[in-house]
Design a protein around this ligand. Structure first.
Ligand code: ZN
Length: 281
């Protein structure tokens, strides 16, 4: 379920006809968008402040009065002034063809002349707004660890420590998960060898189903709670709906591997910056 695209339809200036604007508003609603209509005779400042308040992705301006060359660029200028110029601006109405290059040079993304099919307008908005919906997601900072399911840590260590030469930073038993973990340092990341402590351990069922191998990849993120909410809104299936406490005072949550081509991802948020490597001291 994607977030619906929100559009504000505004009529700047003095003309008194909004039938065209209302038709567009309804057509965009029929295309699955949420549409706010500001009504007639709005100033550019009123339109911009409504757009910011309503958190819209796009402003559709309609003007029949002939003042589009002043009013449309003024809306773009005010958006820029309020650092809201990620809002897409499109225009329509009675606009002579020779004015279009000027308006587009002023930051109006596209001018739709009368008779433009509403499908085309909706398609343009959808295409241009889409990247914005994912832009506010910060990428994860790094891989904090890779979890590897093993039958026995003891028999795995000679390869990882002896042959590969990775330092063993510590071992820990996590009773709640029935798992024993060996932490191996590699750069500022770690490998974690995961051994089941009982038949009810999630690692035991993983081993039974798939045998030894990579179990999960853990990514460090900021603000885990917000990120889970965003993922949920985006239709991503979560194993943990809210953060739970993990090792090293981290908050963690797992995503369902179905989302990620069969890879189980763990998201970790640490109290300060990326300090996991120092927590074993
Ligand atoms: Zn982990």
């Amino acid at each position: 379920m994607e977030r619906k695209i929100r559009v504000l339809v505004g009529k700047p200036g003095l003309d008194g006809h909004d039938r065209g604007a209302l038709v567009i508003a309804q057509a965009l609603r029929d295309e699955g968008m949420e549409v706010v209509y500001t009504g007639l005779r709005q100033t550019p400042a009123q339109i911009v402040s409504a757009a910011i308040q309503e958190d819209v992705d796009c402003i559709g301006l309609s003007c029949l009065s002939g003042a589009h060359n002043e009013l449309f660029p003024e809306v773009v200028r005010l958006l820029r002034e309020q650092q809201a110029d990620d809002i897409l601006v499109v225009g329509g109405g009675v606009i002579p063809n020779e004015d279009i290059p000027y308006l587009e040079s002023q930051g109006i993304a596209k001018i739709f002349t009368p008779g433009s099919p509403t499908r085309e307008i909706a398609g343009f908005i959808r295409e241009r707004v889409k990247p914005k919906q994912t832009r506010f997601v910060e990428p994860p900072k790094k891989i904090v660890h890779i979890g590897i399911a093993v039958n026995k840590i003891e028999t795995a260590l000679p390869f990882y420590c002896g042959q590969l030469g990775l330092p063993l930073l510590g071992q820990e038993e996590v009773a709640s998960e029935q798992v024993k973990v060996a932490f191996l340092g590699i750069g500022d990341t770690r490998l974690e060898l995961l051994e089941p402590l009982g038949p009810d351990s999630p690692i035991a069922s993983f081993l039974a189903k798939r045998g030894e191998g990579i179990h999960h990849i853990a990514l460090e993120v900021d603000d885990l709670e917000q990120r889970l909410a965003t993922l949920r809104e985006g239709g991503v299936r979560l194993i943990h709906e809210t953060p739970k406490e993990g090792a090293h005072q981290a908050l963690i949550a797992f995503l369902h591997p179905k989302q990620a081509n069969g890879v189980l991802f763990e998201l970790c948020q640490y109290p300060q910056q990326s300090k996991e490597e120092t927590t074993d001291e």
